[in-house]
Design a protein around this ligand. Structure first.
Ligand SMILES: [Zn+2]
Length: 104
């Protein structure tokens, strides 16, 4: 299964990691990690499941809001930023609340 580029940084430098528990009675786990930004999937039972998890990754809403706020800080938008700061702070609060409710 082909791995999609990293949803967080766009990198294609993705690596499979194999985690072997010290106890032989436990099976190995696999996960996919991005070399550039170090984001990774949770541990899965096989490479296929790890690939699947990776390809289903989405950027959490909160990160969109953070990117937007960073972008607004650009000096060209200083006036707009100051005016909208309150709105954005509230937006971030709402997203955090929403994500807490949905348990992500
Ligand atoms: Zn990445």
């Amino acid at each position: 299964m082909d791995l999609k580029p990293c949803p967080f940084c766009g990198s294609e430098k993705l690596v499979f990691h194999k985690y072997s528990p010290r106890h032989a009675s436990f099976s190995c786990f696999y996960y996919v990690a991005c070399e550039s930004c170090k984001s990774e999937t949770s541990m899965r039972d096989s490479r296929e499941l790890a690939s699947e998890s990776w390809n289903q990754r989405k950027i959490p809403n909160i990160q969109y809001a953070e990117v937007l706020v960073e972008w607004m800080k650009d000096s060209r938008f200083k006036e707009e930023y100051t005016a909208l700061q309150t709105v954005f702070d509230r937006l971030v609060e709402l997203i955090v609340e929403e994500e807490r409710k949905s348990g992500t």
